[in-house]
Design a protein. Structure first.
Length: 406
């Protein structure tokens, strides 16, 4: 087992110290991205019970590589004392809980800045830290954020089918990316000014923000765009199509250049409904249903590999709809070494997705698998100045806990 002092030097975030006290997916993934880029990350689990994702095979392993792991019952007097020492150590503290949870324990942003003025604080919650109290205090998971953020409404097949949540944990992962980039933006400023920042990431707002023209279309034109399944609201040709071998492709058949190059493949280049320079075959015009019909017929007469090859040869953006089985055998995935191996404390040697994105000059890496519950308690507490007797008392009082295998 690696110790606190054995964290290797690598990546663009070498020297950045991150304290992570969130659970499940959203906030832990933000810290994981930093750990893979070289930051020293201490992840603190609930001192009473392990993270719920430990109960889902490989879920915890995916989001806690490269991290030091301890447990801590933060709301207790001893827990708060240890937490404040961790805060003094940290450059960035990230958490995910109901809005106001830490403030209710007396651990407000302002109180923490008294102990570390440059601290970057990232709160990730379903409904934010401010607003109506009955919303702020609501519990949230990925699908709750999708529902309240309006994202679920626009996904799925048309009425009367119900709205559909998007897999896998879209809200959590986009919130993680938002938390990660905003923390680094604030860290850049704090290095110049010496003054920390508090960032309020509300998951529902993140999902509303990434709906491109949908919000503006209603707010300005009072037109509520409806879900259309995989179809694009403007026109056909940007959709999933079933092929002869029952595999699928996604085709993006729009833009003047694509139309010019692709219409001959479908036998529509001489059709008067597709004049030179046409950008889109819009619904409500004669060109719309003709393009849709031609693509359905073309794909049903060819395998997915044939469609992919033929479309790409003439410059029409296209891709087979991949699953993990297909991806694992795909030569481009292999050439880019998307899937790699590492040693996990729970499952031994495992395979999974490597570090993304790839940095040329200061690459990230996986140097450690996700540790067992409380694996680094003693090492971290020793680093913070606690002696063996104090650490033993913390175990007796259930301030900290660890996996029985340790």
């Amino acid at each position: 087992m690696a110790t606190f002092k054995e964290v290797p030097v690598f990546g663009n975030l070498d020297g950045v110290k991150v304290l992570s006290t969130g659970a499940a997916v959203a906030q832990p993934h933000a810290a994981e991205l930093m750990a893979e880029a070289g930051a020293t990350v201490i992840h603190v689990e609930n001192g009473v019970a392990p993270d719920v994702t430990r109960g889902i095979k490989y879920a915890f392993s995916s989001e806690h590589r490269n991290q030091l792991m301890m447990s801590l019952n933060i709301p207790t007097p001893e827990g708060k004392e240890i937490f404040l020492k961790l805060i003094q150590w940290s450059d960035i503290w990230m958490e995910s809980s109901k809005g106001g949870t830490y403030s209710s324990w007396g651990l407000t942003d302002e109180y923490l800045w008294e102990h570390n003025p440059k601290l970057i604080i990232v709160h990730i919650s379903g409904f934010g830290q401010t607003g109506l109290l009955e919303y702020v205090e609501r519990a949230s998971y990925d699908a709750i954020g999708q529902a309240f953020g309006g994202y679920m409404f626009i996904n799925g097949m048309p009425e009367p089918n119900p709205p559909m949540r998007t897999n896998v944990y879209t809200c959590d992962y986009v919130s993680a990316l938002t938390g990660c980039w905003s923390a680094l933006a604030a860290l850049w400023k704090a290095e110049k000014t010496g003054r920390g920042e508090s960032i309020d990431v509300a998951q529902f707002e993140v999902l509303m923000r990434i709906q491109t023209h949908y919000p503006m279309t209603y707010l300005n034109d009072k037109r509520l765009l409806q879900r259309l399944g995989n179809a694009d609201p403007m026109g056909p040709g940007y959709n999933v199509f079933r092929c002869k071998d029952d595999n699928y492709v996604f085709i993006a058949f729009f833009g003047s250049g694509v139309m010019r190059r692709g219409l001959p493949l479908l036998g529509l280049d001489k059709d008067p409904d597709f004049p030179p320079g046409i950008q889109l075959a819009l619904w409500g015009t004669p060109a719309g249903p003709k393009l849709e019909k031609a693509l359905l017929e073309y794909c049903s007469a060819h395998t997915a590999d044939e469609v992919d090859k033929n479309m790409m040869e003439v410059g029409v953006p296209c891709s087979k709809v991949m699953n993990i089985e297909l991806a694992a055998e795909d030569p481009h995935y292999q050439a880019r070494e998307v899937f790699v191996e590492w040693d996990d404390s729970e499952y031994g040697t495992v395979q999974g997705v490597g570090v993304v994105p790839k940095f040329k000059n200061n690459p990230g890496k996986i140097w450690r698998g996700a540790p067992l519950y409380g694996a680094d308690n003693d090492d971290i507490l020793t680093e913070l100045g606690y002696g063996e007797k104090q650490i033993a008392e913390f175990y007796e009082k259930r301030i900290i806990s660890k996996d029985k295998r340790l």
